[in-house]
Design a protein around this ligand. Structure first.
Ligand SMILES: [Zn+2]
Length: 409
């Protein structure tokens, strides 16, 4: 500041000096131009030239300043537009998560007009249209997203959800498959495909995607949810069964049944299937071992029937061998075993033994059966999908839920 003041002061001093020097100079200047004649002192002429030069510089500066004005104004204008656009985007996303379709669509349209961010505004518009139930518009927006490689995955997931809403399984499978191609570890896509493949009874494909879902759950929570675990067991069993029935591939079937029992040793359909597979291959010893082990875990009359046939012993000995397999606990399972063995003893005419076993059996304990974990309906046999509500692998072998055993008087 001081330097500038000083230099200005020196300049003024110099200019004053120069002016007084000029004024002191003698002589004059004569100009003749287009018949005009002008006479002036040379010092005045020099001063005029200097003033004219200074004016030129001043106007040049002014013109430049004016020319840069619109840019500055435009910058401010764009900034305001961006702020309003981002605000609309935020409000739109909030409206989507709050489930307000009208507000979401209004803000989406605003954001689209104000912002040059086609990915974000396209995604918001698609979500808003889906929420509003305008499936045609939602499909258009989601399809547009699939053309942008950064967000193609979200576009395919959106298209898959639209197809699911419309109960269009082939379209949902196609979009879900493309989503998984784009992101091979996506549990989101895999979980949806699991349901679709299971509903179409494509067990092999369902097994592939359930592995992705399980891996993700393990990573997120360290455990596998019970239903997911039951679905894996069911898929292994069903895949083995299909291999056996359609391709007569006993080796693959045996591997899948064994894997199913490794995850859940009490899964009855796999116990029966594997025992029967052993029996058909003259593996009687393996079948006996499996069935004896299984009866201790999950007593079932069909296991007992197979054992009786395999042991090929007299009735008294067979009943004695079954009694040895009755588990000490847990109590409900022990009760179920008493029930089964006493029935068999009675059917063989061993009335004394039947009576003794019935006395050990508490008749008020509810019998085991297949029950759906979702709709609680009960069924005589296992089904891949609950016959009442359609839940895949929903049935479990259990005592009826919501039934309180009667207490003795
Ligand atoms: Zn059900």
């Amino acid at each position: 500041m001081f330097v500038r003041l000083l230099s200005l002061f020196i300049l003024i001093m110099l200019a004053a000096g120069a002016a007084s020097w000029l004024m002191a100079q003698p002589g004059s200047l004569s100009i003749e131009w287009l018949g005009w004649q002008m006479e002036m002192r040379s010092s005045l002429a020099v001063t005029l030239v200097i003033v004219f030069a200074l004016l030129l510089v001043f106007f040049d500066r002014l013109q430049r300043a004016l020319r840069s004005m619109p840019g500055w104004l435009g910058g401010r204008w764009r900034e305001r537009r961006d702020t309003a656009g981002h605000r609309a985007l935020t409000l739109g996303l909030m409206a989507v998560s709050a489930g307000e379709p009208m507000e979401a669509r209004k803000q989406a349209a605003r954001a689209r007009r104000l912002l040059n961010a086609p990915q974000l505004t396209g995604l918001l518009s698609a979500q808003a249209a889906h929420l509003a139930g305008d499936h045609a518009a939602a499909r258009r927006y989601f399809t547009a997203l699939t053309n942008d490689k950064d967000i193609a995955f979200l576009g395919q997931i959106g298209l898959m959800r639209l197809a699911l809403d419309a109960k269009d399984s082939p379209a949902a499978l196609a979009a879900g498959g493309k989503a998984l191609d784009l992101k091979p570890q996506s549990a989101l896509a895999a979980a949806q495909l699991l349901q679709l493949h299971a509903d179409q009874q494509n067990w092999t494909a369902a097994l592939e995607v359930i592995a992705i879902v399980i891996k993700d759950r393990k990573k997120q929570t360290g455990t596998v949810p019970e239903l997911l675990s039951r679905q894996r067991t069911a898929l292994l069993y069903l895949d083995g069964l299909t291999a056996l029935e359609t391709e007569d591939d006993a080796a693959h079937a045996s591997g899948q049944f064994t894997a199913a029992l490794r995850h859940d040793p009490a899964f009855l359909p796999a116990i029966f299937a594997l025992a029967d597979l052993y029996l058909s291959g003259a593996g009687n010893r393996k079948a006996t071992k499996l069935l004896e082990h299984s009866f201790r875990l999950v007593p079932h009359s069909e296991i007992a029937d197979r054992l009786l046939a395999l042991w090929d012993d007299n009735d008294g000995n067979s009943i004695a061998r079954l009694i040895k397999l009755i588990p000490k606990q847990p109590e409900p399972v022990q009760q179920a075993a008493y029930h089964i063995v006493s029935d068999i003893a009675a059917s063989k005419g061993l009335d004394g033994e039947a009576k003794r076993l019935r006395a050990l059996h508490d008749a008020s304990v509810a019998a085991f059966g297949w029950q759906c974990g979702v709709c609680k309906s009960r069924h005589d046999s296992w089904h891949s999908h609950c016959p009442s509500c359609g839940q895949f692998a929903g049935l479990t072998w259990q005592q009826p839920e919501k039934v309180t055993p009667l207490l003795g008087d």
